[in-house]
Design a binder for this molecule. Structure first.
Ligand code: ADP
Length: 228
């Protein structure tokens, strides 16, 4: 059974304009998959459908074999803990330090103080930020900020980590560090789905590449190139 299945998904924000047009794919537990395509192709829409921020007009989306479309509002937080998301713009709170920015994810889920004290240093070590634990976002580089946001997404030990243009706002060397961390997380068993424009990274990693153009899935290849 696939971990994630998109089955003939159609999404229109405005009637008559299909932002996703009959998109189907399966992703297995433990895969590392790039979703590529021009700006406006529908990549972020795929991310928002997976986290149930949007509903498709037709088709189905399965997570671990069960449709997420009819998951009720009380179960959505549980789904979102299993699917961690990292965004291009980090979404850190400037008034909170690195430790607190990660702790927030756990506080919202009513984790105990002991859990917070054990999990936060653990996930920060995973992203090589132990020495920045008490710094504030303003004192960090773009790459470091993105690693904090990855640590925050890891706090709930998600089954899947989705990264929407995670290297879009950082320099190429920091981007390589961020991707190396995503590969490490993947090697420990977490599925990684990364929507990106970053041609250099996609071509270097030789992972599975799903290409979306004007809402249609136009290719799905292992070891794919950004163009091709
Ligand atoms: P990508 O992530 O590949 O750049 P998006 O999924 O963000 O693409 O957008 C796909 C298309 O859907 C674009 O034409 C965009 O303008 C449109 N779109 C995205 N979000 C909305 C929205 N909330 N309302 C209306 N149109 C939207």
């Amino acid at each position: 059974m696939a971990q994630i299945s998109f089955i003939n998904v159609i999404k229109e924000y405005e009637a008559g304009f299909k932002v996703l047009d009959d998109v189907s794919f399966d992703i297995d537990q433990g895969e590392f998959v790039f979703i590529v395509g021009p700006s406006g192709a529908g990549k972020s829409t795929i991310v928002r459908l997976l986290t149930k921020e949007e509903q498709p007009n037709s088709g189905d989306i399965l997570f671990n074999g069960e449709s997420i479309l009819n998951v009720d509002n009380t179960t959505v937080p549980e789904l979102r803990r299993k699917i961690g998301v990292v965004f291009q713009d980090f979404k850190l709170l400037d008034s909170k330090n690195v430790f607190e920015n990660v702790a927030i994810a756990l506080e919202v889920a009513e984790a105990s103080e002991e859990e917070i004290k054990s999990i936060v240093p653990n996930v920060l070590s995973m992203v090589n930020l132990t020495d920045k634990m008490f710094k504030y976002p303003k004192q960090l580089s773009g790459g470091e900020k993105q690693r904090v946001s990855i640590a925050r997404a890891l706090a709930h030990e998600p089954d899947v980590l989705i990264a929407d243009e995670p290297t879009g706002m950082i320099d190429p060397d920091s981007a390589d560090d961020v991707v190396a961390i995503l590969e490490k997380i993947n090697s420990l068993g977490t599925t990684i789905v990364m929507a990106t424009h970053d041609q250099a990274i996609v071509n270097k990693l030789k992972k599975r590449v799903i290409r979306i153009e004007e809402g249609k899935l136009v290719s799905d290849k292992v070891g794919g190139k950004y163009r091709g």
